[in-house]
Design a protein around this ligand. Structure first.
Ligand code: GLU
Length: 418
């Protein structure tokens, strides 16, 4: 295995972790060839009509990384940085994530390379319908099932469901993360944040630490960060800092999360929330807290700032927030990193529950969903820790990737293509 470099692209970085797992699990060269590439990559041109009549041409992607364990599964994001390499990286992470938490899915991801922050609901609807139309030939309830990701939500899923239905007939299992009124699941919206908090708890307890009164800093206050903040507060954490694209805020005695949400709803940002002081994004990452949760973009903890991290535990609410070089340095310093494919798997786990409920035309209660989610994550966390204990000198990420790779290779071999 090559040593990590500072300038790895996102897909190369995820594949770095994959290659290490391939060494631990001793999979064949042909398995490495198959799994370090992607099965299918669709790039589509998406012309978007703006409200003022202007036409903008952007590019969208749907990458299917591997489907050995079941239909392709993964979210769709709208982001200026969602280029083909980023979407490949995210698709491959979905393969490892679904395998690690033992869901009968493969991995895929979609992205449209656009900054949606100034788009109206009508523009977003036109964009979503056009993009769905362009990629619908590779989707299907037993083929590839999208879900929300960065800057997409239950409303986006409703438009996808509707657009897909116009062509192929109503199919409510075609997307997950839908509104309840269209067959969505209880507990889906908060599932990723809940999973991050649950797995962070498990890591803290493993260090012999109490959750009650533990300090937490969260980078990002979107779906994952804001739900994690609320749920962590309810479990007894002191949430001392949060941030968004405009800046970060800090309060030593703990932020009033209800007030931060109200301030965000009113002003469009968490910055200047009463009872907080402004800090920089770098200061947030370097706070002396028990738990640091990056819950925004990838590649935010690098070899340049890993030395400043003072948290004991990092919980990766975001996908690939820690680069391979930083990961090595944090491990060296004894900082526990709960990897993305475990820490943010709560979303896809409840997506799976939603798909199962849709297939059976059933509705589970909120308590039922939460109970099943927590059970699945506890099980996955324990399996990863046990694997780590049995293999000297590996961190949680290496254990998680090795378990996932092993499962995917087994399924692919049984199907006869490895
Ligand atoms: N976008 C989420 C993720 O990165 C959820 C994917 C899904 O539910 O399919 O895990």
């Amino acid at each position: 295995m090559q040593p990590p470099k500072a300038d790895m692209g996102p897909f190369e970085a995820v594949n770095h972790f994959f290659h290490h797992a391939a060494e631990i699990t001793r999979i064949s060269d042909s398995a490495i060839d198959v799994l370090s590439g992607t099965y299918r990559e669709l790039q589509v041109q998406v012309p978007v009509r703006h409200d003022d009549g202007r036409m903008e041409v952007v590019y969208g992607y749907r990458v299917q990384h591997n489907g050995a364990r079941g239909p392709y599964k993964g979210g769709i994001r709208y982001h200026a940085e969602a280029d083909l390499d980023e979407v490949r990286a995210l698709a491959s992470l979905m393969t490892w994530k679904t395998a690690l938490v033992d869901l009968p899915f493969g991995g895929a991801k979609g992205g449209v390379q656009i900054d949606p922050s100034h788009m109206s609901p009508a523009e977003l609807e036109r964009l979503t319908r056009r993009y769905t139309g362009q990629i619908s030939s590779v989707l299907g309830p037993t083929r590839d099932i999208p879900a929300p990701d960065m800057n997409t939500d239950a409303q986006t899923m409703s438009w996808i469901l509707d657009e897909y239905g116009r062509k192929y007939g109503h199919t409510n299992q075609i997307v997950t993360g839908k509104p309840i009124a269209l067959g969505g699941s209880q507990g889906r919206e908060e599932a990723t944040g809940r999973g991050a908090v649950v797995t962070g708890d498990a890591a803290l307890r493993d260090l012999g630490r109490d959750v009650e009164g533990a300090t937490l800093a969260i980078q990002g206050f979107g779906n994952v960060g804001s739900w994690a903040a609320r749920l962590a507060r309810d479990r007894g954490y002191r949430v001392v800092a949060v941030s968004d694209v405009h800046g970060a805020i800090h309060a030593d005695q703990g932020l009033d999360i209800g007030e931060v949400r109200a301030h965000l709803a009113e002003t469009g940002s968490v910055v200047d929330c009463p009872g907080s002081e402004p800090i920089s994004n770098d200061e947030l990452l370097g706070l002396d807290v028990d738990v640091l949760m990056p819950a925004a973009l990838g590649g935010v903890i690098t070899d340049e700032n890993a030395g400043d991290i003072r948290a004991d535990v990092i919980v990766e609410g975001a996908n690939h927030p820690v680069t391979p070089l930083a990961d090595a340095e944090l491990t060296e310093r004894g900082i526990v990193v709960v990897p993305d494919i475990l820490a943010n798997a709560g979303g896809v786990i409840v997506s799976y529950f939603e798909w199962v409920q849709n297939n059976q035309e059933l509705h589970w209660s909120h308590d039922d969903v939460v109970g099943r989610l927590e059970h699945k994550l506890d099980q996955a966390y324990r399996t990863v820790r046990d694997f780590q204990d049995r293999h000297e000198g590996i961190n949680l990420r290496q254990a998680a990737f090795a378990l996932a790779v092993d499962r995917v290779v087994e399924a692919a071999s049984l199907r006869g293509y490895l």
